[in-house]
Design a protein around this ligand. Structure first.
Ligand SMILES: [Zn+2]
Length: 93
């Protein structure tokens, strides 16, 4: 599979510079600016394709969603000028 994901570098709203951000477990305000956020401390958001599904178990019917396909990590970029956030779930691989 060809990965067509391109890192956005220009803001679609104001043509400002886009920068990649992180979510992580530690409280941001407790960290010094010199602190290095290790890979294992990063918290990833994921996107999962779902389909409507009905399941019957022990006579009880569950109506909801069922997972389909891979779980994709969400990457969010922010415009340094206007603060616009743009999220992607690039194809895996
Ligand atoms: Zn912008």
């Amino acid at each position: 599979m060809t990965n067509k994901f391109m890192v956005p570098t220009v803001c679609p709203k104001c043509s400002g510079v886009m920068e990649e951000g992180l979510n992580f477990e530690k409280d941001l305000f407790q960290l010094s600016d010199d602190y290095v956020i290790e890979e294992k401390e990063r918290v990833r958001e994921y996107w999962q394709k779902t389909l409507d599904a009905v399941d019957k178990f022990l006579g009880r019917e569950s109506v909801g969603k069922r997972r389909v396909g891979p779980r994709l990590a969400v990457v969010t970029f922010r415009c340094v000028d206007c603060g616009y956030l743009e999220s992607y779930a690039p194809p895996a691989g």
